[in-house]
Design a protein. Structure first.
Length: 494
């Protein structure tokens, strides 16, 4: 019997290898459009690696390094979590996602880190960068030096938030190294990577990492998205004292990246007793980098085929991208991977069902502007931020209401010079010959520099009746249709 064991082990290994080869042939998309990595946090042992050393645009997973550098500075005593930092005009000008504070606003390192890691606030990343490195360039130099010291040989940084930049490059391998380094070097600050939600004033924001509060044992890290990179996620989970780190780069939605990460983690935990069957893939540090240009997924992620603009805060279910077929392609055959809803007892759930479920209820962490406060002072600070939000809301609403007539009257408002203004009404009068109703519109257009006193009554009387009917008709359809293209701007947000 003992003599048969080596033969049996070899046969099982060959069968397992053949199964893996067949799986690779059946999943060409994974080989060309995404990168996957699964490692053990303690040992760095690689459990799965697909395209893990191909260069990739990191997007907001860049903020893991921003947090690492900042917290190392705190640990080394160069600043504290209570240190006040000031929002600069450069920070305030960053693209969303952001907190949107005005220049001059002050925020502690602690609150800036929480806002950056949960809401993925690009302005807070710059606030931290300027506070630690003096400027974006100065901080980027520290980031790059840190990456070299950690062995992240495929990574370069040019900004602290991951907004689109040609020189901002990493790989799944390097992100695995970074996540391991964070857990090893900064265990006392690890809570920053698994805060379920924050509340600023009256606004609560849940963590973009959908595994937090849903996948049993999930305890980190960070999401990222720009059009060129697709949906990225570094995630960690712990079970029975064993911690795994999963990296997913280039998924096609926020839910898909969470599902893929959950599948990787579940397979990793299930392999506990079958590791002898698998060929050794070595450690993450020993994966051989590939010298290549990062794939650009802009057309696939942000092309005209998408029904709505893609963003890092993507709550769309996989099924919304094509029903059952979309689910199958996005999850890579998820029917074979199911999860205990509480990690203890059946019923079992599919990965997509788990990610679509509501997260475990939890009290959001309070964040606020100004110095560190506790007790009644903290309550007062949160109330002050809430009052400021409430005070700014009506102004925003009025400006949007005021713009509705402008949107409806685009033909009369578009011209910016007298010549164009004169040309447009002529065109309308020509149309008016064939339609008596449309001939009223040029009177409201105020085209020819007539005195305002004379023009206003003419415009007002015809406009009153159409405005009453037109407003009601336009509210559900026209203004919304007019504003939809503007929503495409966040396509490059992190």
């Amino acid at each position: 019997m003992h003599a048969l064991r080596p033969l049996l082990r070899k046969s099982l290994f060959n069968l397992f290898a053949a199964t893996l080869a067949c799986g690779a042939l059946l999943a060409p998309r994974a080989a060309s459009a995404e990168a996957l990595l699964l490692i053990e946090a303690d040992s760095g042992k690689v459990l799965q690696s697909d395209n893990a050393t191909i260069p990739w645009y990191p997007a907001s997973v860049t903020k893991i390094m921003t947090a690492y550098v900042t917290l190392k500075a705190v640990k080394d005593g160069r600043l504290t979590l209570d240190t006040l930092l000031t929002v600069s005009p450069t920070a305030a000008s960053q693209s969303p996602s952001k907190m949107g504070f005005r220049p001059g606003t002050q925020v502690t390192v602690d609150n800036a880190l929480k806002m950056m890691m949960v809401k993925s606030a690009n302005d807070m990343a710059v606030v931290l960068a300027e506070g630690v490195g003096g400027s974006i360039d100065g901080f980027s130099a520290i980031m790059n030096d840190t990456a070299r010291k950690l062995g992240m040989t495929q990574t370069s940084y040019v900004n602290p938030n991951g907004l689109p930049a040609d020189g901002q490059i990493t790989s799944a391998r390097d992100l695995g190294i970074l996540a391991r380094s964070f857990l090893r070097d900064l265990p006392e600050y690890e809570y920053f990577v698994h805060i379920p939600a924050i509340r600023f004033g009256k606004r609560t924001t849940g963590n973009f990492n959908k595994l937090i509060g849903r996948y049993p044992g999930a305890d980190g890290f960070k999401t990222g998205f720009i059009c060129a990179s697709g949906y990225n996620l570094v995630a960690s989970a712990t079970r029975n004292g064993r911690r795994l780190i999963a990296v997913v780069l280039g998924a096609n939605s926020g839910t898909a990246r969470a599902v893929k990460a959950a599948q990787l983690l579940e397979r990793g935990f299930a392999q506990d007793n079958l590791t002898w069957l698998r060929p050794s893939l070595g450690t993450v540090d020993n994966l051989v980098p590939v010298d290549a240009t990062p794939p650009n997924l802009r057309d696939e992620m942000c092309g005209p085929h998408r029904k709505r603009p893609a963003t890092d805060d993507d709550d769309a279910l996989i099924a919304a991208n094509g029903g059952a077929t979309g689910s199958a392609s996005a999850t890579g055959g998820e029917a074979q991977v199911t999860f205990f809803t509480a990690g203890l007892q059946p019923p079992l759930m599919k990965a997509s069902e788990l990610m679509a479920s509501a997260p475990t209820p939890t009290e959001p962490v309070l964040v606020y502007t100004g110095p560190t406060r506790t007790g009644t002072a903290l309550i007062a600070a949160v109330a002050a931020d809430a009052d400021q939000q409430a005070a700014s809301k009506p102004r925003g609403k009025k400006s949007r209401v005021a713009k509705k007539p402008d949107a409806a009257d685009k033909p009369t408002d578009k011209p910016k010079d007298a010549k164009t203004a004169a040309a447009k009404p002529d065109a309308k009068q020509a149309d008016g010959k064939s339609d008596g109703k449309t001939a009223v519109k040029p009177a409201a257009a105020k085209p020819a520099g007539a005195k305002h006193a004379a023009a206003k009554p003419d415009a007002a009387k015809p406009a009153e009746k159409p405005a009453a009917g037109g407003d009601q008709a336009a509210k559900p359809a026209k203004p919304k249709a007019a504003t939809k293209p503007a929503a495409a701007k966040p396509a490059n947000n992190s």
